[in-house]
Each structure stands twice: as structure tokens, then as C-alpha cells.
Write a new protein. Structure first.
Length: 444
């Protein structure tokens, strides 16, 4: 039986089980992990008045790291007061805090070591959303933002344990300001939509090192890369069974299929040679097959290899020099603070890696200079995020868009000629960082 006294000393509805609690909140289809962890979490429930992160003082102290504007802080304080005075909501917040920020469940060291964190889909919050709406803020935006920053004390302890400089946490958490401002611009109220993305920051999984962000991960590309033992040249071959169009892109990219020209990749190896379809470092796969002798070529990357997954933070220019420094600093950072973590290079999937930018932008463009440093390879994707990032949204009729920047003009001119933008992907090996600035893969 759950305690039936709320934070004001008044009796509230008693609950014999998790189902009654969810019914009271009007929540449909709660995540399985909520019911699994309910009893354990509620045994440790400290009460709304004793949750340190449900105070204006906590919000103020947290903002020393978050650097949020006054309007966002006011929204946090409103959310704190609503949750603190609603026993059901405070228990819901505690339940999720317990699941996401308990060291036993989602410890940062475990996550960095490769253990997958517990993740789930948040259900519809129709009833509590009404309470927040009356206060002029978004429940779906502010409850989840409050849940995220409840993990800040644990994150600070994690940084302290590993002697990580404070500037790294300030740089890393700057993302929450970027995405809360984006939410406000789109909804005219403060909130946060990218919960699971920002959770990477608060779980100690993601670090911003200079211009770029890095997460320890397993390589996801459907390829194997080989280095020539004598020349150092790198060649990537596609894994077997991938269907490509005649243009070398994955069949179905932009929902465009190639019934006449599509073909399926093949890969074969024995103790002496490997044979497969080569991937051009310009981001397409060739239908021809080549053979590499294992006496001359060594495998250096394959699906599942440990790498650093690179993410490109919004908010500043993609300076070629700053990016190069960021990659090199990331290697130093992980070697210094997490020497037990192995990684052979970097990977990234982004709209900024669409190789078509090398056709429509000048060679001195930051985007072109950035992607020329990598070995590009194709992934099945579309143009939605390209338009969201460059134009804020993708309208039904592209012709309604107006170009105000060089990038917008280049994209619209290209698309209006019947072309389609899409994602691209890349890898960069640690041993090749020393060649930054030379377009090593694409020039050889």
C-alpha cells in the first residue's frame, strides 16, 4: 500500500498497485519498465518535499552549468511547483528518475563500457498535460526537461570521479540551451523535445570536445575497410546482401527504388584473399568486384568495431580547423580520462555528409572541406532532416521555399532540377588523423 498523505498533509487516493496509479494519471500503454520497477522505486521514494531537485534552489544551482535564459528558468520553477504539489506527478517523476539515473540500472561507467541503457517510449500524458497548460507551459516539454536535470548531481559526481575539467561539462550541456530555444521558437512555450538525445549528455555517454560531440559506440556501417601494409592506402568493401541502385546508393534512398538497375553486393574471403564491391570514398558503391591479397591488405574496420560516434552540434560554424582540432582532442580526451575504452576511429551519419554537396558547393565551403576529410559511404535515407536543418521544415511544395543563404540557394537550385538530397555517412581511422587537411581518402 502506498502512503496516502500528499505534500500538503491532505489525504489522497490510495493505490494498491501500479495499475491504479496509472489509471489515476489517465495514462494509456505505460512502458513495461515502469511496472517492473514500480515497487522497488516506491520503496525508496523520499517524498515530494525531500526531493532535492524539486526546489527553486536546485534549479538555480543547476543553471550554473546549463546557462539557460530567464524565461526557461521560470518555466522550470513553475514545473517544480506543479509536480511538488501533485503527489501522483511527484511519484511519476521519481519513478523515471530512479529508472534512468540509478547507478545499478543505468550507471555511466556501464554505459561507456558498452552496456545499453534502458530506454522506452513515453506514453500520452493527457491528464497532467491539462494542469501544465493552465500554467502556460508544456507538460510534455517541461516534465521531461525536469526529469533530465534531476540527473545532474550524479553527472557531476561522474565528472569529478574521472577528474574531467569543468569546461567539458559546460560545453557538453550547452546543447540543452540550444534545443530548449529551438522548442520555444517552434511552440512559443519553453520545453524540450529531444529527450533521449539529451539523455546521452546527462548519462555520461556523450562529451562535447571543442566543436564536435562524441559517443563511444560500435561501428554500424555495412562494410569492411582494409589498409595496404606498404602504402597505407585504405579501401572499403561493401558487406554482402546489400541492394544498391545503379547510381551506387542504397536502393530505397529517398523512397526511390531501381527495379531495372538495382543489384546486390557480394563479399567473399578465404585465408588468402578478400573479394567484394568497392565503396568509393566519395560515397557510392561500385558494381564491379575487386580482390585484395591478405598478404598486402589488413582489415582495420568492420561492423561492430569500437569507434567514437561523431555528432555535429548546432549553433556555430563548421570551421575546418576547429573540427580537426576537435577530432585530435577527442583522442587525447578518451585516452586520458577513459584509457580502458578502445576505439579505432570515428563514424558519423548526417545530412552534412551528403556527397552531393561536393557538386553544388564550392571547394572552400566548410561543408565540403569537412566531408573531404572522410571516407564517405552510402546509407538508406531521405531529405527530411536536410530541409529541417536548412529551412526549418519541409513543405509539401518545395517551390514555396525562398532561398536567403548560399546553402539554401544551392540546395533549391539542385532540387528544382529534379535531384534529391539525402544523408551520407563516413568513417575516419585514428591512424589517418595526422593527414587532416589533405583529403587523404578521397585523393588517394
Amino acid at each position: 500500500m502506498i502512503d496516502t498523505v500528499n505534500s500538503n498533509g491532505r489525504e489522497w487516493r490510495s493505490y494498491n498497485d501500479f495499475g491504479n496509479f496509472i489509471t489515476e494519471l489517465g495514462i494509456n500503454n505505460p512502458p513495461d519498465v515502469w511496472s517492473e520497477m514500480w515497487d522497488e522505486a516506491q520503496k525508496q521514494y523520499p517524498g515530494a518535499q525531500n526531493m532535492k531537485f524539486l526546489t527553486e534552489e536546485f534549479i538555480s544551482e543547476a543553471n550554473q552549468y546549463l546557462k539557460l535564459p530567464e524565461g526557461a528558468i521560470n518555466a522550470f520553477n513553475i514545473a517544480v511547483n506543479i509536480v511538488k504539489n501533485n503527489e501522483a506527478l511527484s511519484r511519476l517523476l521519481w519513478l523515471n528518475h530512479y529508472i534512468l539515473f540509478s547507478d545499478e540500472i543505468n550507471g555511466a561507467s556501464n554505459i561507456l563500457a558498452g552496456k545499453k541503457p534502458v530506454r522506452f517510449t513515453f506514453p500520452d500524458f493527457s491528464k497532467p498535460d491539462a494542469d501544465f497548460s493552465r500554467a502556460g507551459i508544456s507538460f510534455s516539454g517541461m516534465f521531461l526537461a525536469l526529469l533530465l536535470i534531476s540527473g545532474l548531481p550524479r553527472l557531476l559526481e561522474f565528472y569529478k570521479k574521472h577528474n574531467i575539467p569543468e569546461q567539458v561539462i559546460l560545453d557538453t550541456l550547452s546543447d540543452i540551451d540550444i534545443w530548449m530555444r529551438d522548442y520555444y521558437d517552434k511552440n512559443n512555450v519553453w520545453g524540450l523535445k529531444e529527450f533521449w538525445w539529451i539523455y546521452n549528455h546527462f548519462s555520461g555517454q556523450l562529451f562535447r570536445i571543442g566543436r564536435l560531440q562524441f559517443i563511444h559506440a560500435s561501428f554500424t556501417g555495412d562494410l569492411k575497410a582494409f589498409r595496404n601494409k606498404n602504402t597505407g592506402k585504405v579501401i572499403a568493401l561493401s558487406n554482402a546482401g546489400i541492394k544498391y541502385r545503379a547510381d551506387g546508393q542504397v536502393d530505397g534512398t529517398n523512397d526511390i527504388y531501381d527495379p531495372d538497375g538495382a543489384w546486390v553486393s557480394d563479399y567473399w574471403e578465404d585465408e588468402n584473399i578478400v573479394r567484394g564491391n568497392p565503396i568509393s570514398p566519395l560515397g557510392y558503391v561500385e558494381k564491379k568486384t575487386i580482390e585484395l591479397s591478405k598478404k598486402e591488405w589488413k582489415e582495420v574496420l568492420s561492423k561492430g568495431s569500437f569507434v567514437l560516434d561523431v555528432h555535429i552540434a548546432a549553433g556555430s560554424k563548421l570551421s575546418h580547423q576547429a573540427c580537426g582540432e576537435s577530432f585530435k582532442s577527442a583522442v587525447e580526451f578518451f585516452n586520458n580520462y577513459f584509457p580502458e575504452i578502445e576505439f579505432c576511429g570515428f563514424m558519423c551519419t548526417s545530412w552534412l555528409l551528403d556527397p552531393q554537396f561536393q557538386k553544388i558547393l564550392s571547394l572552400d565551403s566548410n561543408i565540403v572541406k569537412f566531408q573531404r576529410e572522410f571516407y564517405l559511404y552510402p546509407v538508406k535515407s531521405n531529405d527530411v532532416q536536410t530541409f529541417e536543418r536548412v529551412f526549418n521544415s519541409k513543405p509539401e511544395n518545395i517551390k514555396n521555399l525562398k532561398a536567403e543563404t548560399t546553402l539554401q540557394k544551392a540546395i533549391l537550385d539542385y532540387v528544382n532540377k529534379g535531384n534529391k538530397m539525402h544523408f551520407g555517412a563516413m568513417f575516419l581511422l585514428n591512424d589517418d588523423l595526422k593527414y587532416w587537411g589533405s583529403a587523404f581518402y578521397q585523393q588517394n
